[in-house]
Design a protein around this ligand. Structure first.
Ligand code: GDP
Ligand code: MN
Length: 394
């Protein structure tokens, strides 16, 4: 699950990381009020940032500075409602603008290959790290935290030296690195990214001082670990959630949208992948990955059907059920019910084996469903039906 920058900053701050203050505004008038407060507190400018779950907001015009409350209102008014990579901006973050001396990249990922949290740093901060990885991969430095001992100070120092940090910043960098790893662990995150981590200049009682702060924050949480963090579930941004994803989550269906024309409804992740492979071997392309899970009842089957049919590219549906805990007759009833209610008539091929398969076959036969005995046969029939439907449409 992706969360907004403002929420990601709260998680970082909770681990003691230096994050400049901010507030979130949903209207230009609110942005003005907040800006007035930061300007009264001594900021010369405020920064206004689109809160959308995509990167590269700066380049897209979603990050701007304002020198007065009136200007903040005007800029917020322009950013709110703006379209960034297909997403409409509904809220902005407002905070005192930092005077940036230098930008770095610092991020942590859960590296499944090494089964460790890997911390990455680069002196090429502020630009998208994917770009750095492509053009100058040697500019990204990495260390892996030990599963039991965690990230050791010397490892963080090594990273700091590699990106050219020294003196007082070195100590802060070590603290921030440890805080990022702590943020990963405390929230079961699979990514924590601070880009830019910036050296900023502030005026203190004895002249200018420089310090390292987290100017941007991106955190993605491990969906499978969310049940352990009921408080984090609240950070889900419903403004930006795809309605299909929300419905799939509601019914406990694993659903991933793909590009092909054969809708697949399968129970079990492994069987779903096999089914997709066999669709390909039969000359077709799957429109989705869909696992209705174990013991799928009729209402879940109906929901899965709605999800599949919501994609206009779907020309045929392949249902492949291996009944174990899942009862074949239950799925058959769900299919009959779903077809009676479905708005679009799409050819469907059903293969149900295992628990209560005979009863399922009887029900499907009565309802005049196209069935198949083997998965190869089912895939071939579905692909043929999709090709036929595409030909008819053309
Ligand atoms: P992103 O483009 O979505 O990654 O958004 P960022 O928060 O990283 O902002 C993009 C860029 O805007 C940063 O790399 C900075 O150069 C600049 N920026 C962000 N916040 C400030 C700020 O407070 N002061 C100044 N001067 N620049 C900022
Ligand atoms: Mn950024």
């Amino acid at each position: 699950m992706k969360i907004q920058e403002a929420d990601a900053k709260s998680l970082l701050a909770a681990q003691g990381l230096p994050v400049p203050p901010w507030a979130v505004a949903r209207t230009a008038a609110d942005a003005r009020t907040v800006a007035e407060r930061f300007l009264a507190d001594g900021a010369s400018h405020v920064v206004i940032k689109a809160q959308v779950l995509v990167g590269g907001r700066g380049k897209a015009g979603g990050v701007k500075l304002a020198g007065s409350a009136a200007e903040a209102e005007e800029i917020a008014g322009r950013i709110l409602g703006m379209d960034i990579k297909g997403i409409t901006v509904r809220k902005v973050l407002v905070g005192p603008a930092a005077v940036i001396v230098k930008e770095f990249y610092l991020g942590a990922i859960l590296d499944r290959a090494s089964r460790r949290i890997v911390l990455m740093a680069s002196a090429e901060g502020g630009v998208e790290i994917e770009e750095v990885a492509k053009v100058t991969p040697e500019a990204i430095h990495r260390v892996a935290a030990h599963p039991l001992l965690g990230l050791l100070d010397w490892q963080a120092r090594e990273l700091a030296f590699a990106v050219g940090l020294a003196g007082p910043h070195l100590r802060d960098f070590v603290k921030i690195s440890r805080g990022i790893v702590a943020t990963m662990r405390a929230n079961d995150a699979d990514l924590v990214e601070v880009n830019p981590l910036a050296i900023i200049r502030e005026s203190g009682p004895e002249g200018y001082v420089e310090r390292l702060v987290c100017l941007d924050a991106k955190v993605t949480l491990d969906d499978s670990a969310l049940p352990r963090h009921p408080d984090l579930e609240k950070l889900r941004d419903l403004d930006e959630e795809d309605p299909a994803d929300a419905e799939a989550r509601h019914y406990d269906i694993s659903f991933i949208h793909l590009d092909g024309s054969i809708g697949c409804m399968v129970n079990g992740a492994g069987l779903a992948m096999t089914t997709m492979d066999l669709v390909k071997r039969a000359g077709g392309a799957p429109a989705n990955f869909l696992d209705i899970g174990g013991g799928a009842k009729a209402d879940r089957v109906s929901a899965a059907m709605r999800l599949i049919l919501a994609d206009p590219k779907v020309r045929a549906i392949l249902v492949n059920i291996f009944g174990g805990i899942t009862r074949g007759d239950e799925v058959a009833r769900g299919l009959i019910d779903a077809r009676a209610r479905q708005e679009r008539d799409v050819p469907m091929v059903v293969r149900i084996v295992g628990t209560n398969a005979e009863e399922a076959a009887r029900l499907l036969h009565e309802a005049a469903f196209e069935t198949a005995a083997t998965l190869d046969e089912a895939a071939a029939k579905a692909v043929a039906a999709a090709q036929q439907a595409t030909g008819d449409a053309a």
